[in-house]
Design a protein around this ligand. Structure first.
Ligand code: NAG
Ligand code: NAG
Ligand code: NAG
Ligand code: NAG
Length: 538
């Protein structure tokens, strides 16, 4: 293990007489440079290395299959990607004419011990073993193709550039597997349109951090960029621009394939019955008309749960979504349903009266959600919901995943959700849309997800978490630097053992990882004063 080279000073907040606040750094300021070369982020479960290094034959580096290995396109595509990354790791200082020194690391031999799976899943096996010893070829072994992908990422991170400009790798043995099965990032393409290339760039970022779920919050109140074949008016009338600010079937397929090749699931979210203003524009009669007194006031509220056309619409839309997205899960939303519009609408109130639920709008919400859950299950979907669905007493299927997002004692909510026997995802401490100056990644890093009251069985029901970057203040111009490396903190918390939790020890590794992302073309923002060996576009 690398010794920690610098201690990070705290940032002192100095209150000035005029009550304005100013940040001042304690001195001496530790600068972050090339402080942790060859370290892996997120930290593997077991990483044993020595100071012995092998020069790497960058220009002629070969990926090969072990003789008994299974082979497939997922591995072959990874050979190509990591081959390019390894060549690029030499920056501008490629040493083409350097005489070969021995022993030289000339390749990585991959041993995939089971047939390739086609698409990643919640149950996928991401474990792997990686060995770089005195032999000329390093070895990577895994029981599934997903472990091979994770191991190749780790291998690529082990290579570093010595002072003489030679790419080297330490003698290393890694045995690794993730702590949590679901390690997600939410991107929101409704508040702002995020161009497809920017989404792909962030999927690369996810692969570099062993994130395995892209939670695509694809539509919301503000815009409906998803192009539906059965309901083309949804994007024609609900997108910011029906030609330029949309995701066609081909765009969606491209994102899913790009993610699949990197072992990343794409879970779409179609949030209802709230957060649906843009959906209502292309589907008259879907939303509740809000009233002032006895007249409609021109505003619309959540989806109208009292008419059958609503459920026909949901059934048709979700059936199409199931065929465009490959994942077994859909996120059904269910958060922040405002009752005031339902309360104002006479037809809704009459319906509630005739169904014995006068004044009980939570019950009305239940009626809606229950039917949407049943429709989704009948289509063959497993589903994730935001916590309000359970908080409001909706009876959900036993295999439902409940995502905890409200940042008011999320530990209590996890205790409650898992006591009910549901699986849970934690997002509350990791809302990356909240920004402030300083090193907020340390807060994300320090939140221990399993620290809630519950039995061992309950702890097992926590299947992971998500970093959420809501889209109000990010578009293609800033979404990537705002996400990275802040989301990397969450990535390590969810992948590495619970004991890997020391921010001071993590700082030089995270800095190195951020520099590595920069060198690979991800405009990840800086952590702290310092420098990278290869600066952005330098
Ligand atoms: C790699 O080797 C160098 C010396 O060449 C040493 O300084 C460094 O600590 C080693 N890194 C790891 C992760 O073992
Ligand atoms: C709506 O569906 C329910 C259940 O299938 C049925 O009983 C009812 O008559 C339908 N209402 C209308 C207005 O079609
Ligand atoms: C409503 O409640 C009344 C009285 O408890 C009962 O007789 C009736 O069957 C209920 N109707 C419905 C639709 O549940
Ligand atoms: C767990 O419960 C105990 C006793 O009810 C309480 O004192 C403690 O603060 C709780 N811990 C957490 C992490 O909620």
């Amino acid at each position: 293990m690398l010794r920690q080279l610098f201690f990070v000073t705290s940032i002192a907040v100095v209150a000035l007489a005029n009550s304005q606040r100013k940040l001042s750094l304690d001195f001496p300021t530790p600068l972050l440079g090339n402080t942790s070369p060859g370290s892996v982020w997120p930290q593997p479960e077991s990483h044993v290395s020595t100071a012995e290094t092998f020069p790497v034959a960058v220009e002629s580096f070969m990926f090969t299959y072990a003789s008994k290995s299974y082979k497939c396109d997922l591995v072959y595509e990874a050979f190509k990607r990591y081959g390019a990354i390894i060549i690029n790791s030499a920056g501008d200082q490629k040493l083409r004419f350097r005489p070969l020194t021995t022993p030289m690391l000339t390749g990585l031999e991959v041993n995939l011990m089971a047939p390739c799976e086609d698409y990643p899943s919640l149950d996928m096996d991401e474990s792997y073993a990686l060995d770089i010893n005195s032999m000329a070829v390093a070895t990577l072994t895994a029981k599934s193709v997903w472990g091979i992908l994770r191991g190749m990422e780790s291998f690529s991170q082990l290579l570093w550039e010595s002072d003489s400009g030679q790419i080297v790798a330490n003698k290393t043995n890694i045995i690794d597997k993730p702590r949590y099965a679901h390690r997600g990032i939410l991107l929101d393409t409704s508040r702002h349109y995020q161009p497809v290339n920017v989404i792909l760039e962030n999927i690369d970022g996810m692969a570099y951090n062993k994130i395995n779920v892209f939670h695509w919050h694809i539509v919301d109140d503000q815009s409906f960029p998803y192009v539906s074949t059965v309901y083309p008016d949804l994007s024609a009338k609900g997108a910011y621009n029906p030609i330029t600010h949309i995701y066609t079937i081909e765009d969606v397929a491209e994102v899913i394939e790009y993610a699949r090749l990197r072992g990343i699931r794409v879970v779409p979210e179609f949030d209802t019955p709230g957060h649906t203003t843009s959906m209502g524009k292309g589907q008259p009669g879907l939303l509740t008309e809000c009233y002032t007194g006895s007249n409609p006031n021109g505003n619309y509220g959540p989806i109208n749960p009292t008419v059958n056309t609503t459920y026909t619409f949901i059934q048709n839309l979700f059936t199409e979504v199931k065929s465009s997205f490959k994942d077994a899960y859909i996120h059904l939303g269910g958060d922040e349903v405002s009752f005031s519009c339902w309360q104002s609408n006479p037809a809704i109130n009459n319906w509630m009266k005739s169904h014995n639920m006068t004044g009980d709008y939570k019950k009305l919400e239940q009626v809606y959600i229950q039917q949407v859950l049943d429709i989704s299950a009948a289509i063959g979907y497993s589903y994730i919901v935001w916590q309000e669905v359970v908080d409001n007493g909706v009876k959900v299927k036993a295999d439902t995943v409940v995502e905890v997002w409200i940042n008011n004692h999320p530990d209590n909510e996890l205790a409650k959700v898992t006591a009910l026997g549901y699986r849970a995802l934690l997002a509350a401490p990791w809302y990356l849309d909240y920004i402030s100056t300083g090193e907020d990644w340390k807060r994300y890093y320090s939140y221990e997800p399993s620290n809630f009251n519950g039995t061992a069985e309950q702890k097992k029901l926590l299947i992971g978490g998500e970093a959420c970057l809501w889209g109000e203040y990010v578009d293609g111009s800033n979404v990537t630097p705002r996400l990275w490396p802040r989301a990397s903190a969450v990535a390590e918390r969810l992948w590495s053992p619970e004991t890997v939790n020391d921010v001071d020890a993590a700082t030089p590794r995270l800095h190195q990882h951020r520099c590595r992302m920069v060198q690979r073309g991800i405009p990840a923002e800086p952590l702290h004063p310092g420098y990278c060996k290869h600066e952005w576009r330098n």
